[in-house]
Design a binder for this molecule. Structure first.
Ligand SMILES: Cc1cc2nc3c(=O)[nH]c(=O)nc-3n(C[C@H](O)[C@H](O)[C@H](O)COP(=O)(O)OP(=O)(O)OC[C@H]3O[C@@H](n4cnc5c(N)ncnc54)[C@H](O)[C@@H]3O)c2cc1C
Length: 387
């Protein structure tokens, strides 16, 4: 346990660990098979405060620091990744725009409901022709009397089926685009002209659903511009700030999954015989485990260090990109190596390894692919003045 965290937080983390082991992990296979987290389990997640980890206490959340949030995610991702996804948008991309840039009225209206889990918050930026190139979004919003009228399509929107609140990014000035022509809106489920398409059938995160969103003359009240009418045109900044935070939490998910995979490998080689002795006696296996543990140790240190620095108010943009790219690529290497260690049993769902292998691949895509993280890091290096 990191020595800098409080006693209260330690107790909370123990509760979460217990919940993961007793309630979430035993049903991880059923959740995978049914591609659904049972509602009674979601209700227990609500009661444990998991939907309000990062929302400040003023608005009903737990107000955890970045480091504390990272530690919670490391626990939750040691089982099926979709549990974290279910709470991830409410704690991150779905609500942070309102927390950072919303008006006081918006914060008081939406955040307590999101923090309690009554409402799930989602984030809608990606479009068929605008993923990494987020500046290329084509969803349009035009002011018409008291409402903005939105037209366009978003895709891969996590938790769209359960969300009530969607932080939605749209173009409000074609000429200015990302320099003052993109605006963030709060769209609510049920608004006229807004609909959610069928769930995508994905290789991983089966119990967490992504969907297309369709805006067809969707009328959104003026007061639903995040930050009010004076923040019209500032939505790209909001979106980038929100995504910045996510890089550390996804790093934590990758570390949690990697730790679980290593633990499974250690158990496996202690039990499995090869040439009449436990596989654990083979030096090639011992070295593979040592390499996994060393990588996880390195990843964890960079993750905690960057989280601590962020909590101190330092700018960690490029370090957060390093954390995301290093931790998520490490998780793929570790899950791949685990397939070697488990041999043919690794392909069986009962081994859990094939699920981790599929799931951790997704961490390298969303909230900025590995290539985009490398662009951020290299830009920082090349733009830095010589000291
Ligand atoms: C599980 C999951 C959940 C998601 N949830 C959400 C959500 O809730 N809300 C939301 O808005 N979006 C969400 N997304 C979408 C996600 O953010 C995008 O998939 C991601 O940004 C990549 O965009 P793209 O898929 O359009 O790929 P593209 O941008 O088309 O990229 C394709 C490939 O080209 C590479 N590439 C792109 N540009 C460059 C470049 N300049 N230099 C080098 N290589 C480059 C990319 O790294 C990638 O390998 C989710 C995606 C997944 C997989």
């Amino acid at each position: 346990m990191d020595p800098s965290v409080s006693e209260d937080f330690r107790n909370y983390l123990i509760k979460v660990r217990d919940f993961v082991q007793k309630e979430l992990d035993p049903i991880h296979m059923a959740v995978e098979r049914e591609a659904e987290i049972p509602e009674d389990v979601v209700e227990k997640m609500r009661r444990l405060g998991l939907f309000g980890l990062s929302i400040s206490k003023t608005y009903g959340g737990l107000g955890l620091t970045t480091l504390e949030e990272v530690l919670i995610y490391e626990e939750i991702t040691q089982t099926n990744a979709c549990y974290r996804s279910r709470i991830g948008t409410s704690n991150g991309i779905g609500s942070m725009g309102i927390l950072y840039d919303g008006t006081e009225e918006q914060r008081r209206h939406y955040l307590p409901r999101v923090a309690s889990g009554e409402w799930t918050a989602a984030f809608a930026l990606t479009e068929p022709d605008a993923g990494s190139d987020a500046a290329n979004i084509s969803t349009r919003a035009v002011l018409d009397g008291d409402c903005w009228v939105l037209n366009g399509t978003k895709q891969f929107i996590t938790n769209a089926d359960t969300a009530h609140v969607f932080t939605t990014i749209a173009v409000t000035d074609e000429v200015k685009k990302t320099s003052g022509g993109v605006t963030a809106f709060i769209v609510e489920q049920g608004m006229a002209g807004f609909s959610v398409g069928p769930a995508d059938i994905k290789m991983g995160f089966k119990g967490s659903h992504t969907h297309e969103l369709i805006f067809k003359d969707c009328r959104v009240p003026r007061e639903n511009v995040i930050g009010g009418m004076e923040r019209v045109g500032q939505g790209f900044k909001t979106a980038m700030r929100v995504l910045d935070k996510g890089r550390l939490t996804i790093g934590a998910c990758a570390v949690g999954a990697s730790q679980k995979v290593l633990d499974l490998c250690v158990d496996r080689v202690r039990q499995k015989l090869a040439f009449g002795t436990p596989k654990a006696d083979m030096q090639s296996v011992q070295f593979a485990l040592a390499d996994m543990a060393t990588q996880i140790y390195a990843a964890r240190q960079m993750l905690y260090n960057t989280a601590r620095r962020k909590d101190e108010g330092q700018n960690v943009t490029h370090e957060a990109s390093m954390v995301k790219v290093f931790c998520t690529e490490m998780a793929s290497r570790i899950a791949d190596k685990a397939m070697d260690i488990f041999e043919e049993d690794g392909i069986l769902t009962s081994s859990r390894i094939e699920m981790f292998l599929r799931d951790v691949r997704l961490y390298r895509i969303y909230e900025g692919t590995s290539e985009i993280q490398r662009i951020i890091i290299s830009r920082h290096l090349l733009n830095k003045k010589r000291e």
